[in-house]
Design a protein around this ligand. Structure first.
Ligand code: MG
Ligand code: MG
Length: 280
């Protein structure tokens, strides 16, 4: 699940509250530093998320429904005494997000939605474990995919690792954004602008907002320091950066139905460099 851009968040708040104005300063909480003990708990939360992705890698093939994947995920999550952090979030009705082909994020698992040879599927997994969140997404090929889809997956995954490489003490949030963008731009693909990475900890979305492109956004200036944990999540599409929300009010799709990909890891800033928490 992704952070919204600040403007989008403000617009939503304005709609919800019926207020005319909210000062931007009220919407800019400080990042929350995690202690070594808290990072250890987040490592354990992250490992559970990684186990779910491991199971997906072994299971995804034509003929499986997104509902089957949801059930597989919740079985693993519950067997580790964790819960899905997505279920119930603003009313989200499932345990994971499954988004196929032109769908980017926030797709709802469904028994009738069966994977076909040549599809790509983006799956976002979030858990709560002993009070902390792990958050990681991956786009998987289903059977044999065409070369453009292959390249989209490769470029987006590589841009995630470029962002992670920049997640170092003394760098700024903007350095992560720049690393992602400078990897994607030469490909000719398009970085989605309306959804972002985010700080993560006891809450699914904390400060700072982590954009996937360079802008004058205030959070970009925040300096990274040990104990900061961020979810970095490039979202890239082949035809346009624009997205739309489908009739189910959840699924985000590319506006032109071109292919979409999403890769995400939860990453801690440490004295020794970036540490990916959502891995085995
Ligand atoms: Mg996520
Ligand atoms: Mg996220």
């Amino acid at each position: 699940m992704n952070g919204e851009t600040m403007m989008k968040k403000l617009r939503r708040r304005l709609r919800q509250n019926g207020q005319r104005q909210i000062k931007a300063t009220q919407e800019r909480p400080e990042p929350i530093r995690k202690s070594p003990r808290e990072i250890q708990l987040m490592r354990e939360a992250g490992r559970i998320v990684a186990r779910v992705h491991q199971a997906f890698r072994e299971t995804i093939r034509p003929g499986i429904s997104t509902w089957d994947l949801d059930q597989l995920a919740v079985e693993i999550i519950h067997s580790h005494n964790a819960t899905s952090s997505f279920r119930g979030y603003r009313g989200f009705p499932a345990n994971i997000c499954t988004s196929i082909n032109e769908e980017l994020v926030h797709g709802i698992p469904n028994r009738a939605r069966v994977l076909q040879d040549g599809d790509i599927i983006s799956i976002d997994v979030g858990v709560f474990y002993r009070g902390f969140v792990g958050d990681s997404g991956w786009t998987y090929p289903v059977g044999a995919i065409d070369p453009v889809a292959e390249r989209l997956l490769q470029v987006t995954a590589e841009s995630l690792y470029a962002g992670i490489e920049a997640t170092r003490s003394g760098n700024r949030v903007l350095d992560i954004s720049a690393a992602v963008q400078s990897h994607v731009d030469p490909s000719g693909f398009h970085i989605v602008r309306e959804y972002t990475g985010h700080g993560v900890g006891r809450a699914m979305h904390e400060a700072p907002q982590v954009l996937n492109y360079v802008s004058s956004d205030m959070d970009g200036k925040i300096e990274l320091y040990p104990g900061l944990v961020v979810a970095i999540e490039p979202m890239v599409q082949t035809g346009t950066w624009r997205t739309k929300i489908l009739k189910d009010k959840w699924t985000v799709s590319s506006q032109d139905h071109s292919l979409s990909a999403h890769f995400e890891h939860t990453v801690a800033v440490t004295n020794k460099g970036p540490e990916i928490l959502t891995r085995l």
